[in-house]
Design a binder for this molecule. Structure first.
Ligand code: AMP
Length: 278
């Protein structure tokens, strides 16, 4: 496994790799969710690359950029054990040099949900992913369904700007009690960790209603709200039952629906979702 911080070296190592190249962009603090993306890429591609970069521009003021967990040694050991070939660890100065002024703004699909709660977040995400795609030039890029809106935004960007890459969505990896695995779960104290499966319980209860025939989206949102509000350590930021392509809130569900929510528990802000394919 080759590891570099240098872009010129990355480009020359990459250029020597023939055949399908799969990229897994990450912010490090790697866990089983990231591992599932790397394993999927390993199974589908001749060469597997990963990036580790805690992207400052996707964090808002007052968010956790400074405290975000950083575990580089462990991350590299995990990537090596999973069979990654090439890892890029760029510096913030290389990604955003002093006179940097080119940003990618995806419009409608980046506005609701996470976009409304975290202004500027998807501008940061779209810009870093565009840069990573330009630097690695992968044929395939792997992202987690855990960040459902991120996938919608990035698919839009890839299509709108003609990036020659196939975006691959990978299922959310969960703890046995349903909590979606996240680098931010380390912020949870013991009582908060016990409360945290409430997100998946709320989503599962809404899905259960859907499965037994409920098609009124407001009823599904209410089901989620009621369960979140019953957990004293949890405070709801949003609950949503939206069209998975436009992310507009639905009233009546005809086909697919993306159930999603954001909840604060202690100092952790947790998100989760279930995509119902209809
Ligand atoms: P991050 O390091 O948080 O930026 O995540 C890097 C990639 O891993 C993103 O595509 C995430 O959606 C994905 N990811 C994070 N957590 C999970 C999970 N529990 N299951 C599947 N993919 C995940």
């Amino acid at each position: 496994m080759k590891v570099t911080e240098d872009l010129a070296e990355l480009r020359s190592l990459r250029a020597a790799m023939n055949g399908v190249f799969g990229l897994v962009p990450t912010m490090g603090a790697l866990h089983a969710g990231h591992a599932s993306l790397v394993s999927r890429a390993r199974a589908e591609c001749r060469h597997v690359g990963a990036s580790i970069f805690v992207n400052p521009s996707q964090f808002g003021p007052g968010e956790d950029f400074n405290n975000y967990p950083r575990t580089l040694e462990q991350d590299l050991a995990l990537l090596e054990s999973l069979g990654a070939d090439l890892v890029w660890i760029p510096s913030p100065e290389m990604i955003y040099p002093p006179n940097f002024q080119s940003w990618i703004t995806v419009e409608d699909v980046a506005r609701p949900l996470e976009g409304a709660s975290r202004p500027g977040h998807f501008r940061g995400v779209a810009t870093i992913v565009a840069k990573l795609l330009n630097c690695f030039q992968p044929e395939r890029a792997y992202f987690g369904q855990k960040d459902a809106q991120q996938l919608v935004v990035l698919r839009r960007m890839v299509q709108d700007l003609n990036f020659p890459v196939q975006v691959v969505a990978c299922p959310t990896v969960r703890e046995p009690d349903g909590l979606a695995i996240s680098s931010r779960n380390v912020y949870l104290g013991p009582a908060e960790r016990e409360a945290a499966p409430v997100l998946y319980r709320a989503l599962s209860a809404a899905k259960e209603k859907y499965d037994t025939g409920e098609r009124n989206a407001e009823v599904l949102r209410d089901t989620m709200r009621t369960i979140i509000r019953a957990e004293p350590l949890a405070s709801e930021e949003y609950v949503s039952a939206a069209d998975p392509e436009t992310l507009n809130e639905l009233q009546q569900i005809d086909g697919k629906v993306l159930l999603s929510l954001a909840v604060r528990i202690g100092r952790a802000r947790l998100i989760d979702n279930i995509l119902i394919e209809g």
